[in-house]
Write a protein that binds this ligand. Sequence first.
Ligand code: NAP
Length: 251
Amino acid sequence: MSNPFNLEGKVALVTGGNTGLGQGMAVALAEAGADIVVAGRSSAADTGKAVEALGRRFFEVKADFSDPSCVDGVVAETVEKAGSIDILVNNAGIIRRNDAIDFTEDDWDSVMDVNIKSAFFLCQAAAKRMIPAGGGKIINIASMLSFQGGIRVASYTSSKSAIAGLTKLLANEWAAKGINVNAIAPGYFATNNTAALQADEDRNKQILERIPAGRWGDPKDLGGAAVFLASSAADYVQGTVLAVDGGWLAR
Ligand code: NAP
């Protein structure tokens, strides 16, 4: 029986795949058989070693998503190096923290440029390749703050709520063109992005008390969801925002 989760012969572009959740998903996709392209501003050599150790091809594309005009070049270079783009994981993201009353325009724009503007135009650039090729899979990385308000993170909550809406819009427009557009909403994962929360004793305790699973997520915990949504097992899954949160939203 053929394995619907097999990604052999597919090329996955993972933004921000040098560390954290992006690295966890890139390695999981490679374990399922995909070749991996990581786009970002820091060296992804560690991810490359892990992917190549699994017998998969690995390529890097230098990109700074604070300038959304780079995305067409990123997708073109992906196809040039790896031969196609079958899967896009829009993972690169940043967060800025301040009280809403003091929030600056720079803290707004810098988060929106990376988390939503570059993500949308990457979806568009990838879809321009995927549609003529017969389809593809797009996975956007959302957040608990796609569902909840959060506190002191005005631009982050806005960007992640926008990602959830955009995922549904793109699913509506592109499902009939063979592209599955879905999102993963990670709960609280131990990465650079949450270092400030982990270091704050009170916030760390509050967060752990609220997670039914009783622990922070590990980047490996996202692998199964990423492989599923990237695979033909998810061919009829469209516009969903899949929470991988140790039960956070259930509480
Ligand atoms: P992370 O370790 O800080 O990783 C963020 C990634 O995005 C890094 O690869 C980073 O590159 C890249 N990036 C940031 N700005 C960039 C830019 N201007 N150009 C290119 N790459 C850029 O955090 P993470 O937790 O793995 O976050 C990954 C995604 O998951 C983000 O979208 C985040 O919002 C989301 N998320 C995380 C959690 C969590 O609990 N950790 C929960 C929900 C959602 P550098 O290494 O060069 O900075």
